[in-house]
Design a protein around this ligand. Structure first.
Ligand code: FE2
Length: 371
């Protein structure tokens, strides 16, 4: 090819590329101009103020499934059931969650308790049934938690939303940090933190925004028996104060609708249905170990957080394809968002249904949480 031909070919390639770019820009503009399918579920920051939560008696639906002849019968018609890792996470295709019977839902609760995390693909029916259905769905598994600071669809405070789009200018969580990874168990500062939790995306970036999960059962099992025996004797303070302060500083929606609380939970908790023991501290909400000197508490928590951070062998990662619904058991897992899509300006809009569970049960019957 002569120099002239190369120049001509390059010019042609450039012109084609320009046309393609203009085409995709045009497509993007068109997509932007279309009304947003889930506009009725956009975040609303009501000025309501809520009284403190009151205790309630939680009956775990997973208990009922223990009596079923086959507690995994709800998966019989699945086209595929694949374990994501040996000890954490299962991915299911071919089941319509919206059509599960109450017995099926009980089995689902048990399965999520056992696997920590279950990912259901192709759930457009579930997602499109809307907020009344979300409330009915979640109420099967426990009393629905209303988040003290987050946005929710108007008139549906029980639906916790995460939201970000091209107009979102803040990046407070990650601007001052080398990573957006913050392992946590949702609202662990509550006296009765959530159990079986449902989360799905209504809109998502083309790539990025995956969610990380870790098994706190596996994290605990990696530790030596002597060390675990010591951890079973400990309890820790979990605090919602910093999350409220973050909102009061004008970040996110800037709303605190219920005064923040601190509660004491066992460092090792026992799942009420499976009996499995799980580590129950997290960097986001756990503040100190009760009864230890400051340096002891900080050193011990730092060791446990580092262990959780770096143990890839106990983790799974969910990539959000459209119409995916994920369920996790907040008692035996921790998770972290990944905010790696900030430059894309694409919308990420998620909804969480968060039933509360029992007050965490200490692994050791000798541990008195009220002392
Ligand atoms: Fe979370």
């Amino acid at each position: 090819m002569s120099t002239t031909e190369i120049v001509a070919a390059s010019a042609e390639a450039l012109a084609t590329l320009k046309l393609r770019t203009e085409g995709s820009n045009e497509e993007q503009k068109q997509a932007d101009a279309e009304p947003y399918r889930y506009a009725h579920l956009l975040p609303h920051f009501s000025q309501d103020h809520y009284p403190p939560l009151t205790p309630y008696e939680h009956v775990d639906p997973g208990h009922r499934a223990l009596d079923h002849p086959n507690p995994r019968a709800f998966l019989d018609n699945a086209s595929s059931v694949v374990e994501l890792t040996p000890y954490l996470g299962t991915e299911v295709h071919g089941i319509n969650l919206a059509e599960l019977t109450n017995d099926d839902r009980d089995e689902l609760a048990l399965e999520v308790a056992r696997r920590g995390l279950v990912v259901f693909r192709d759930q457009q029916d579930f997602i499109d049934r809307g907020p009344e259905f979300y409330r009915e769905w979640g109420s099967h598994f426990g009393r629905l938690h209303i988040h003290p600071t987050s946005g929710h669809p108007q008139n549906y405070p029980e639906i916790h939303l995460v939201y970000r789009d091209g107009n979102t200018s803040f990046n407070f969580e990650i601007n001052d940090s080398i990573t957006s990874t913050v392992w946590h168990s949702d609202v662990s500062y509550e006296l009765q933190p959530p159990g079986l939790t449902t989360f799905f995306l209504l809109a998502q970036p083309t790539t990025g925004g995956d969610t990380l999960f870790t098994s706190q059962v596996s994290n605990l099992k990696k530790l030596s028996p002597q060390f675990v025996a010591f951890l079973r004797t400990l309890k820790a303070v979990h605090s919602g104060v910093e999350q409220a302060d973050f909102s009061r500083a004008g970040k996110r929606g800037g709303i605190v609708r219920r005064e923040p609380v601190e509660n004491i939970h066992p460092v090792v908790r026992k799942h009420p249905v499976t009996g499995e023991e799980a580590l129950y501290v997290n960097r986001q909400f756990t503040r100190r170990i009760v009864g230890l000197k400051k340096e002891e508490s900080e050193t011990l928590l730092k060791f446990l957080y580092d262990h959780i951070d770096k143990s890839g062998d106990n983790q799974a990662r969910v990539k959000w394809t459209p119409n995916t619904v994920v369920l996790w058991d907040n008692r035996v897992t921790a998770h972290s968002a990944i905010v790696d899509y900030g430059e894309s300006k694409e919308r990420r809009h998620g909804a969480r249904i968060t039933p509360q569970a029992e007050r965490p049960v200490p692994a050791s019957a000798d541990l008195d949480l009220n002392a």
